[in-house]
Design a protein around this ligand. Structure first.
Ligand code: PGH
Ligand code: CA
Ligand code: ZN
Length: 312
């Protein structure tokens, strides 16, 4: 299977009711873990990079960063047994989004969800026009992901408005939509139970029918937090989206499941453990190898949970 446009992967997932993991990378080692896991699970996979990742890879030079990720992921994808795509995660800056579209990315996200509805709509429309001219799919977000635990009034105002979602999809022609339904980014998602607004999700799916995206979808595995803490980390009160909740989200229409935090935690825990147990280590490859293996297991478990295994 070659490097493919993201739309190809997500249209199949939408048609057959499964979810595909979209995993964030900043470097080679995360990509290796993701591709190996996808091949072992025979699963399609989406690789995504934030604007920050592009800046990091290019040491501040955006074109260089875009080129780095495109050539890396395209090369791995073209020689892989499974469909692989490359996506820009949370694009905020017009020039950076256009650089990704020009640079060979398989899709881009325009995240103007911090703007009032009209502003988000107009910004998204503009990117859709540019991206569709070259056959690239666009993701946008409605609502916001943070601050939902504080009080009910705030929760109402930040979750996706389903009427707005209908108008937004219709007027922008966006390909994939991320409706805020109660998740947040990072390792501290819920103070109490992990509750998502599935009624809103179902309604958005019914009324629009396009592939939907769950941001802030990491499960924050307690055993990885414990391992990190055992080897010197100090992470308290971490909580993610449990597998049962992910399964339910997929059942109600989520097709793209964004995952960054889980791989970060797993990587750091494994590196901490190796360095503590191997004080003489000076070869970075030996330090990263157990971290790649540990991330692979986390990724494979998520692919099974989302139903993308054996869908390649
Ligand atoms: C995400 C990742 N990226 O866009 O939404 O969320 O922090 O839950 O991994 P997590
Ligand atoms: Ca947002
Ligand atoms: Zn996100």
């Amino acid at each position: 299977m070659p490097y493919v446009p993201t739309k190809e992967i997500l249209d199949d997932a939408n048609k057959k009711y499964y979810g595909v993991g979209a995993f964030n990378i900043n470097n080679l080692e995360f990509l290796q873990a993701i591709i190996e896991a996808a091949e072992e699970e025979n699963s399609p996979v989406i690789i995504e990079t934030s604007e920050g990742a592009i800046k990091y890879a290019g040491k501040g030079n955006i074109e260089r960063g875009v080129r780095f990720f495109y050539e890396l992921v395209k090369n791995y994808g073209d020689h892989s047994k499974v469909p692989v795509s490359l996506h820009l995660d949370h694009g905020k800056d017009f020039a950076k989004i256009v650089a990704c579209i020009k640079g060979g990315y398989g899709s881009v996200m325009i995240d103007a969800s911090d703007q009032p509805f009209e502003g988000n709509l107009n910004a998204t429309k503009k990117i859709v026009e540019i991206a569709h001219a070259v056959g690239i799919g666009v993701e946008a977000e409605l609502g916001t992901l943070k601050g939902i635990e504080d009080n009910v009034a705030a929760a109402e105002s930040v979750l996706v408005n389903t009427d707005e979602a209908r108008e937004f999809v219709e007027k922008t022609g966006v390909d994939f939509l991320a409706p805020a339904i109660g998740t947040s980014h990072g390792a501290f998602k819920f103070k109490g139970a992990a509750k998502l607004d599935f009624d809103r999700l179902k309604k958005v799916k019914e009324e629009n029918g396009i592939p939907l995206v769950l941001h802030g979808a990491s499960s924050v595995p307690p055993e990885q937090i414990e391992l990190a803490n055992q080897y010197g980390a100090d992470i308290k009160g971490a909580k993610g989206v449990p597998f049962e909740t992910l399964e339910e989200s997929v059942k109600y229409g989520i097709n793209k499941v964004n995952t960054d935090t889980d791989l970060r935690i797993t990587f750091i825990a494994a590196v901490r453990k190796f360095l503590k147990e191997t004080p003489g280590a000076i070869d970075p490859r030996k330090v990263f190898d157990p971290a790649i293996d540990a991330m692979k297991e986390i990724i494979k478990a998520r692919m099974k949970c989302l139903g993308s295994s054996n869908k390649a």
